[in-house]
Design a protein around this ligand. Structure first.
Ligand code: NAG
Length: 358
């Protein structure tokens, strides 16, 4: 509720008695205006500040420019505009403190941290305080709060930003269940990905992801998705779903991790090369092609978004050997599409997948 001010003429006596008298259809308070000019302004309580944000999430992908819609108005309309402050923040999954995105007063605005230089207000007409974010990063998915503050009132709305992408389980070269939470986050980043959220894992499970090793998620829980119930994965009697180990100790407990990647700015390709290569030769061969050896997240992304399909095992930057199959066929692994893996071979020669920025 907003309090608006008018010059007091005759209300002095009424306003001093009996709590909140009824006036002209609106309740009012007799709060003196702190910015007042001493003329004894009174605030009439009864105008509402309304902040509107879309109910549905925005779906987007890495690298996109997006607008998180947020509009405010007063109901009923004000005769004179009030000075307002806008604050956009991002709600964090694993802590209570929100992350500042942008603060604006009048025409001045300031963006913070990772959003510096990438975020501004749209200001496309009165009441438009939509947030524009350019060149979206993987970390940008989540819930954003649009807050309108006018000194007396503080109203807000929420916008959900979801990224289209792919969740993949990751196990490092030294084996199963080796990562604590912090290492898990870092490991995903090394694969050009981020640690997945529960919502992202859930969506992947709905789309058929089945993985019988437990992995860290962004909220600090450890879970795994099962579409076909079986004995070693929670038991045959348990309905398919996301199996959860709940919150685990972020330093002491060790698991695998679920990573999330979205569209690429460049592309991943299988390098045409006359011979098979060792890992070191493979890295060099990509560089000779003015590219770099691809990361696991990049291969998954190319497979998911551009249907990369190649029945040739190739090195990736982490020392694993994999190949992406979009149209399953005999001699190219199981009957479902997927990125096949040979683990981390210590010896042997293979092809290579390279990544070229655009
Ligand atoms: C995003 O906006 C910037 C600057 O306004 C522009 O240069 C860029 O091409 C846009 N990117 C996309 C993906 O539309």
């Amino acid at each position: 509720m907003l309090l608006f001010s008018v010059v007091v003429i005759l209300l002095q006596t009424d306003s001093t008695c009996c709590g909140l008298p009824f006036y002209n259809g609106f309740y009012y308070d007799h709060v003196m205006n702190d910015k007042g000019n001493g003329n004894g302004e009174i605030h009439f309580n009864g105008v509402k500040l309304v902040v509107e944000t879309p109910g549905d999430p925005i779906f987007t992908h890495r690298g996109a420019n997006i607008t998180l819609s947020c509009h405010y108005h007063y109901d009923p309309q004000l005769d004179k505009p009030r000075k307002i402050r806008i604050k956009w923040s991002k709600l964090r999954e694993d802590s209570t403190k929100d992350q500042d995105v942008l603060v604006a007063v009048g025409l001045k605005h300031r963006s913070f941290g990772e959003f510096r230089g990438r975020a501004h207000l749209q200001q496309d007409g009165p009441g438009d305080v939509s947030l524009v974010i350019r060149d979206l990063r993987l970390h940008d998915h989540g819930r954003y709060r649009c807050e309108v503050i006018d000194g007396l009132e503080d109203e807000s709305g929420i916008v959900d930003l979801e990224m289209r992408g792919i969740v993949f389980p990751y196990q490092p070269h030294h084996g199963r269940y080796k990562l604590n939470f912090h290492e898990a986050k870092k490991t995903c980043e090394e694969q050009d990905a981020v640690i997945a959220s529960f919502e992202q894992l859930f969506k992947s499970w709905e789309e058929g992801l089945d993985w019988c090793n437990a992995g860290w998620l962004a909220d600090g829980t450890v879970q795994y998705p099962i579409t076909l119930s079986r004995e070693p994965c929670g038991g045959k009697a348990m309905a398919p779903g996301i199996r959860s180990y709940g919150d685990r100790h972020k330093n002491l407990h060790r698991f695998d991790v679920f990573c999330f990647s979205s569209a690429l700015k460049g592309k991943v390709y299988y390098l045409a090369h006359p011979q098979k290569l060792t890992l070191e030769e493979a890295k060099q061969a990509c560089q000779d092609d003015e590219a770099e050896i691809a990361k696991v997240g990049q291969l998954y992304s190319e497979w998911q978004f551009r249907k990369l399909d190649r029945c040739d095992a190739g090195w990736l930057a982490d020392g694993s050997v994999r190949y992406p199959i979009a149209s399953p066929r005999p001699k190219c692994g199981p009957p479902e599409p997927g990125v096949r893996t040979f683990g981390f071979p210590k010896h042997g020669k293979f092809g290579v997948y390279c990544y070229k920025r655009s």
